[in-house]
Design a protein around this ligand. Structure first.
Ligand SMILES: Cc1cc2nc3c(=O)[nH]c(=O)nc-3n(C[C@H](O)[C@H](O)[C@H](O)COP(=O)(O)OP(=O)(O)OC[C@H]3O[C@@H](n4cnc5c(N)ncnc54)[C@H](O)[C@@H]3O)c2cc1C
Length: 498
């Protein structure tokens, strides 16, 4: 039977764009539908005055050398449309009066730097980082080979140390190797890229993130993440794809239990053979589809998951060069103290920000601030509950008070910032919920901690409802590398059966 399109992709976030470009370039007539007026989902920017502010991208992994994201973007013909900049350093971690350490993106040099700050740790550091590399690279490969995950798990039988440590809490493994709390703290800085504190995060998730950034180096995008989103959209359109913006999908239409099209907000129905949904898994299975058509095991599994963490962000446009303000590193993790409890409390309350990631986009300018000026984004992780509890009439004031606490913490490394603020915009988990349409304002999908994660949900990526495929950070790890690579690889496999 003829259909309007072969495939309809709901949503033009990272995963939806990668899916649409891969399918159209693979010869499938593809329609991309996005409720907003621009592509990207979280991978977007907004303009205030002379600045174009980055919403989500702090560091891009997977780009250095023959890395997974670069390969996928090459296959989609995106790399020649977008310019990428390699960061010089991995990150700087600061606890005022306690530590201030900058790590390079190189295994041997990380050992050197940490051994110079905390002497006598070289043997432990060498074996710890070898373990991180092995576990991290296994996970990165296994995730890219989800179509043959059984073989990947089989491969683990020959990797005893990966099996032994992979699913342990990251904190427990750290404690086994090191005693110096400052050294452990510096090594843990990337916990926030998974949204889980070291005691809750599985060692394999930490290893995946550190291995990704050391092996493939951290990158920035010229023009910000919006330029990357437009690059993927252009690749899709040039291959003959059709995109409609300001177009929300109301329902996935099924016949005999199989998806046959979508119903748009304006009442129009469009038919297709396969629907790829970039909407959250909960939305797709319980709102876009009739839950009665979804296997009960899938609904039970969804019911067992926890909403992931959201974020509060302060976007600053500064009328001074980055170097003058004291920034020599793009990613700066600044904490009030070494305590994990302080951070855990801060994630669930409106107490002064216990930590910020200060991302400076003008150490090597990405073109989103005017020459001589600096874009600085401060972000801290928070669940949405404490913000939901703020009465509407107090919300503006609560935002101001919270932003002040972030600026106080920033002052400890960059005292001059407050005097040169030209633009300031604050976004809370409520803002994330509203603009990103993510349940709970979650920025990485479901909480993935030591008790839960992709290895426990091998059904996520299967077509649980015939004709419906899910792509997003709700079915893989959060982050640009994961969402783009997983969606593109899944859709390449889909091409083989379409
Ligand atoms: C503040 C913040 C900081 C972050 N920092 C980093 C970082 O430094 N590095 C990193 O790698 N990752 C980072 N991330 C995570 C990363 O941005 C996300 O994991 C990723 O962008 C999610 O992509 P996605 O395609 O899964 O979903 P989304 O970006 O949420 O896209 C989903 C799209 O589907 C559309 N949609 C949904 N339902 C419908 C419908 N019914 N009809 C039509 N359209 C629909 C939405 O409008 C949206 O455009 C950050 C995220 C945030 C928010």
């Amino acid at each position: 039977m003829s259909t309007d399109y072969d495939v309809i992709v709901i949503g033009a976030g990272n995963a939806g764009l990668a899916a649409a470009a891969t399918l159209q370039r693979g010869g499938q007539r593809t329609l991309l539908l996005e409720r907003h007026n621009v592509p990207g989902g979280a991978a977007t920017t907004f303009v205030r005055g002379r600045f174009e502010f980055e919403v989500s991208l702090h560091q891009l992994g997977g780009m250095g050398g023959p890395a997974p994201l670069r390969q996928v973007l090459d296959e989609m013909d995106v790399t020649r449309r977008v310019e990428f900049i390699e960061d010089d350093q991995l990150y700087r971690t600061v606890v005022p009066g306690v530590l201030d350490v900058t790590l390079p993106a190189d295994w041997a040099r990380i050992t050197e730097v940490l051994d110079s700050h905390y002497p006598g740790q070289r043997p432990a550091l060498t074996s710890f980082l070898e373990l991180v590399r092995d576990v991290g690279l296994w996970q990165l490969t296994a995730r890219g080979n989800l179509h043959r995950i059984d073989a990947e798990i089989e491969r683990l039988t020959g990797m005893k140390h990966v099996r032994r440590h992979g699913l342990r809490p990251f904190r427990e493994v750290l404690d086994e190797f090191f005693t110096d709390e400052r050294l452990k703290f510096v090594l843990s800085s990337y916990w926030s890229y998974n949204g889980q504190l070291p005691s809750r995060m599985s060692f394999m998730d930490f290893a995946r993130i550190l291995a990704l950034f050391v092996e493939t180096k951290p990158y920035q995008v010229v023009g910000g993440s919006q330029a990357l989103s437009y690059g993927m959209l252009e690749s899709f359109l040039q291959a003959g794809g059709e995109a409609r913006f300001h177009t929300a999908v109301e329902r996935i239409v099924t016949r005999g239990g199989r998806a046959v099209g979508v119903l748009l907000e304006d009442g129009q129905t469009v038919s297709c053979r396969v629907v790829v949904s970039n909407a959250p898994a909960t939305t797709t299975y319980t709102r876009l589809l009739d839950p009665a058509e979804v296997p009960s095991a899938v609904l039970r599994d969804l019911g067992s998951r926890r909403m992931g963490v959201s974020a509060t962000a302060l976007y600053l446009g500064l009328d001074a060069p980055a170097a003058e303000l004291g920034f020599a590193t793009a990613a700066n993790f600044i904490h009030t103290d070494l305590s994990e409890e302080t951070v855990a409390r801060g994630m669930r309350s409106l107490e002064p920000a216990p930590f910020i990631l200060a991302s400076c986009y003008d150490v090597k300018p990405n073109g989103c601030a005017p020459p001589g000026a600096t874009q600085l984004n401060l972000i801290t992780l928070q669940y949405t509950d404490p913000w939901d509890a703020v009465p509407a009439e107090e919300y503006q004031r609560a935002k101001q008070v919270y932003a002040e606490s972030m600026l106080e913490l920033l002052k400890t490394v960059a005292p001059g910032v407050r005097d040169v603020i030209e633009e300031a915009e604050i976004a809370t988990p409520i803002t994330m919920k509203r603009y990103l349409s993510q349940p709970g304002g979650a920025i990485y999908g479901f909480d993935q901690d030591v008790t839960d994660g992709w290895l426990f949900h091998d059904d996520d990526l299967k077509p649980n409802v015939p004709g419906v495929v899910l792509v997003s950070n709700w079915v893989t790890a959060g982050g640009y590398n994961s969402t783009i690579v997983t969606a593109a690889r899944m859709c390449r496999r889909l091409l083989a059966v379409l």
